[in-house]
Ligand binder design. Structure first.
Ligand code: MSP
Length: 694
């Protein structure tokens, strides 16, 4: 049995960020989990190096396109090594580059096959025509009217809805793929293989997109407009559309259409692949790619699984074009790899978007890892050193000691072994579904269970009582056996930390080669000599680290400003305190009830000397005395016009000193556009001062 997993190949126009790292981490966890089960696995990642976007980035940076790609690949090499994702660390098997000569050969072969193919309706799958329309270089995609915003001036180009950048006008001869005639075949594919596109919600989106009718797809550009790419076989005046070229990497990498890779890896051996992609590029993978493969007569992928996007604290997708990325250099400098892996896999609920914040990462590292798993491991092993001469104790309790154990609050062994077996089954099931967040919840339920067992049994007290020798041994055996299971389960998520736990248990380096489904309770041998206890997850000092990150981010954005790497404004890191858990995290009604929103009437309003943004207001909130509130609205509201206006204030906000005044609340306003123009919340009906908003 073999397994093949891929990440998208990343554009070589700019350096990777957290969003890119994320798909690699997911793929790496999948690959490790398959390998752990003894399945021969091939894991592909790499770079997408052709097309206008790379050509432009190269030009901007004073490089040739190849130099630009090499520069980015160099960084990838460095970073994937630092994050333990490269081959040397048991990660990917190939770093695919679309500039590899074997890829040219393979893509040309696929093109030729498509060029000879007929559509299901019997027409030529490929034809030459004329393309007229708008193209987004960062998306590498043609845009229909509902995918762009028209410019205010009739003569100006529209802007891409995703990237907020100007589109290119294309009007030229082009080869077209007759996608319009593949709709039924594609719908048939989605119908016959419900797991082909996942998750369900994405599958439905894809289905309705296809059911809405497909347009033929322009699959080449004139060489005179885009020269950096693979020439169309037998028509070198045309360059292949970069997505045709890029998608094909998944098969050329393992030997489709070229001998070199076929010999080394083997297309027959590994295809079909599981494609992991961000939801932003699902259409290319779930519509265009299957249609190309149908035309060429190549087997379809195993599945296409789309994950959500990492968004910044304001909810925008993290991207270089928007300049709101989390840089890998910073992650690498301030956070341990295992903590980053754990955080992203735990935090991003499968299929949904996730909000990234450094503070959140620090909190999780400290609570779940340092105080949770790390503490469980170190306290257990420390007690084994202290009370059992550094050897795993025997876990059995003989009949005559059972009562004493019960008295000490220690339950039957089956209670914990059943609990952990069930958690293991769930963990494995969720991991197979790529629902790592759910899987990790199961694992942490085990951590909590073992912690509770220790706190209830109080081994430090048992050690003082000679009659409780067996009870003490049993508790410590159970804790260490639990740790062994956790090390095996967690290996795909945090390979080095899991191996470290395994090693400290005296079991060597092998957590990655044990199939979790074969774990049996009680297989940890009594008498095994454990190793020295080393901390697994040092606590992170939040205030200090946040300050250092702020400084580092500032330094980086200044460097980026000097021209180097096309990272506009990368100083805008998601460091705000409001960088909270997940976008999908709802608040409870009781959370909302904590906020006291009240109607207020502005009594006085004046400017504050030397503070051109602030107004000093007194407002009547229906209390004995009016309150003072400072509001940053001076550039948008004339003070005198505010008098008598009914507004909404947060009445229970902690008072705060600003410019020598105490602000006793906050007023509510909508924030419009990039500069955040405030528009005060107000009422169109009569409302008494002090009325509460519920
Ligand atoms: N080159 C194409 C893919 C070709 S695959 C045959 C491409 N490259 S990309 O560099 O722009 O992005 C690739 C992938 O990076 C996204 O689909 C996604 O998997 C990941 N991400 C990029 N930004 C992301 C986030 N903000 N959040 C999560 N993942 C994101 O598209």
């Amino acid at each position: 049995m073999t397994f093949y997993v891929t990440t998208p190949i990343y554009y070589a126009n700019s350096l990777p960020h957290l969003g890119h790292l994320y798909t690699m981490i997911v793929a790496d966890a999948v690959a490790r989990s398959k390998r752990q089960q003894g399945i021969e696995t091939f894991f592909l990642t790499g770079t997408d190096e052709h097309g206008i976007n790379i050509e432009r980035a190269a030009q901007k940076n004073g490089r040739t396109p190849k130099e630009q790609a090499d520069y980015v690949v160099n960084y990838f090499t460095k970073m994937t090594s630092a994050f333990g994702l490269d081959t040397a660390h048991g990660g990917y098997d190939i770093f695919m580059r679309t500039t590899n000569p074997f890829h040219y050969e393979g893509v040309s072969e696929l093109w030729r096959r498509v060029a000879q193919a007929k559509t299901p309706k019997g027409n030529d799958a490929l034809y030459k025509g004329h393309y007229e329309g708008w193209f987004c270089a960062p998306c590498a995609a043609y845009k229909t009217e509902d995918e762009y915003v028209k410019a205010a001036n009739a003569g100006d180009p529209p802007t891409c809805l995703i990237h907020e950048t100007k589109l290119d006008r294309v009007s030229e001869e082009s080869y077209f793929f007759r996608l319009s005639e593949y709709d039924e075949a594609l719908l048939g594919l989605y119908e016959s293989r419900p797991d082909f596109v996942r998750p369900e919600a994405r599958r439905n989106e894809v289905k309705s997109f296809v059911a809405g009718g497909l347009q033929d797809l322009s699959v080449s550009r004139l060489k005179t407009s885009v020269s950096w790419g693979i020439p169309v076989p037998d028509d070198p005046n045309h360059t292949m559309y970069v997505w045709f070229d890029a998608l094909t990497n998944y098969i050329t990498a393992i030997g489709f259409g070229n001998e070199q890779q076929e010999k080394e890896i083997g297309f027959e051996k590994f295809w079909p692949a599981l494609h992991l992609v961000g939801k932003d590029i699902l259409r290319f993978h779930a519509v265009y790619w299957p249609a190309f493969l149908m035309a060429a007569g190549v087997e379809q992928p195993r599945a296409i699984v789309a994950h959500g996007m990492w968004v910044d604290p304001t909810g925008r997708k993290m991207s270089k074009t928007l300049g709101n990325t989390i840089e890998l250099d910073i992650l690498n400098k301030f956070f341990p790899i295992n903590a980053i892996r754990y955080f992203v896999l735990r935090e991003m609920v499968f299929g949904q978007d996730g909000r990234f914040g450094y503070e959140n990462l620090i909190d999780r590292t400290n609570s779940d890892l340092a105080s949770g798993l790390g503490n469980l491991s170190s306290r257990t092993l420390t007690m084994i050193h202290r009370y059992c001469e550094g050897k795993i104790p025997d876990g059995s309790i003989t009949d005559e000691n059972r009562l004493a154990a019960k008295r000490a609050g220690v339950e039957d062994e089956s209670a914990i072994s059943n609990f952990i077996s069930h958690a293991r089954d769930e963990f494995v099931r969720h991991s197979e579904d790529l629902a790592f967040s759910r899987a990790l919840e199961e694992a942490w339920a085990v951590v909590a269970r073992a912690d509770k067992m220790i706190s209830d049994a109080k081994p430090w007290d048992l050690a003082k009582d000679a009659n409780q020798r067996q009870t003490l041994s049993a508790v410590l055996y159970r804790a260490s056996e639990t740790l062994r299971w956790l090390a095996v389960l967690l290996y795909p998520v945090m390979p080095t930390a899991a191996n470290e736990i395994y090693k400290q248990l005296g079991l060597g380096d092998g957590a990655g080669s044990i199939d979790p489904r074969t774990l049996e309770w009680g297989s940890l041998s009594a008498g095994t000599t454990i190793e020295e206890v080393k901390p697994l997850f040092p606590r992170i000092d939040k205030a200090k680290t946040m300050e250092e990150i702020k400084q580092e981010s500032g330094a980086q954005s200044q460097e980026a400003g000097a021209g180097q790497t096309a990272q506009p404004g990368s100083g805008q890191h998601a460091t705000e305190a409001d960088a909270v858990a997940g976008v999908a995290n709802y608040i409870d009604i009781t959370d909302f009830a904590k906020v006291e929103l009240r109607v207020a009437e502005v009594k006085t309003a004046e400017r504050i000397p030397k503070a051109d943004k602030l107004l000093l207001l007194t407002v009547d909130v229906g209390e004995e005395k009016p309150r003072t509130i400072l509001a940053g609205i001076a550039q948008h509201y004339e003070p005198e016009k505010l008098i008598g206006r009914k507004i909404v204030v947060v009445a229970n906000l902690k008072p705060r000193k600003l410019r020598g005044y105490e602000s006793q609340g906050m007023l509510l306003a909508a924030s419009i556009g990039e500069e955040g123009k405030p528009v005060l919340a107000t009422f169109t009906e009569e409302v008494p001062n002090g009325a509460r908003l519920k």
